[in-house]
Design a binder for this molecule. Sequence first.
Ligand SMILES: Cc1ncc(COP(=O)(O)O)c(C=O)c1O
Length: 362
Amino acid sequence: MEIKDLLREPLKGFTAYKPGGKKVKVREGVEEIIQLNANENQLGPSPKAIEAMKEATEISQFYPFTFGQLEEVRQIFADYHGVSADNIMITAGSGGIISAFGEIFLNPGDEVVSCEPTYDSYKAMVNRYGAKFIAAPLKNYGYDLEAMLELITEKTKLAVIVNPNNPTGTLLTNQELDDFMDKVPDHVIVVIDEAYFEWIGDKNYQSAIKYVKEGKKIAVLRTFSKLYGMAGVRIGYGIMLSDICKEMRNVEWNYGPSRIGLAGAVAAIQDEEYIERSLDNNTKGRAFLTKVLEEAGFDVVKSYASFIYFYPNGFTSDELVDKLGSYGVIIRAFKEYTRVSVGIPRQNAIFAETLKKVLKND
Ligand SMILES: Cc1ncc(COP(=O)(O)O)c(C=O)c1O
């Protein structure tokens, strides 16, 4: 018997989500590789988070629950968002929450509605459990919530909305979300992924956490992988209705965070100076890259996140990714579109120069 024959049924034809996109061939002599393909914050973690993580390594013989560390951090996140610790689940990256949703709620044949293209990990999670991912196309590159409502049936368990969306960087209005939440049927749990929320930079824009406070059947996902520059540390969390959280936390151990990561996360959310610096770098870098791409004749989608989605007129997306990649500038193809993550000024400048070379066919 082959190992493949022993797999759970849904995994027999399963293709895993591949973070970062395809591998490119870098030409000889290229000394520096610039990774602008995975929406990482190139500033790196806050110095205070690094210090806290170093300190935590010295007591890393202890599990995260020992001395109540995990409970303490749940309370800190709860206070930060003005909710109760019963609303908070912390995992190794917000991908942990995404996986736990599959394990806790999805039977084969269940349906999950969303829009496409969006963060591919959701489709992969749904397929892992033999459920069906049913997605409406985006409208003007953004989520089409009316179309999503029409896809909901009695088999729908989850409605997934990524806001701002990845890979397009678009943002829903608060009114659009309010209308959706008013209309969504009672048997559906709404998952709103706010991995890129902090980059919006508009103090008047409201997080979907307000629906948790209103007692709606909802989970909101946040991560330390983006604004806080800690993608390698693997800390994410969900803010959700306490009844959902209680069921989700039954599998917490499978997806749990590390003691070191928890220590870093607590220091990171308190480092105002770092947060300001990150936001400033992103806002300026996003404006710079938008201009560079527009001057290259590409169609650019307005971004509210830490990356830019564009149509590379004159190239196929794969072609452009390969050509830039050959000079060591790594970005990502999404079918006919392309996405570049915002870097630090030096990296953005190298991207701009390299793009010029590619356009001149050097
Ligand atoms: C929309 C979205 N959600 C979640 C994640 C997962 O992030 P992490 O598991 O690092 O928290 C990503 C990563 O790129 C993302 O783009």
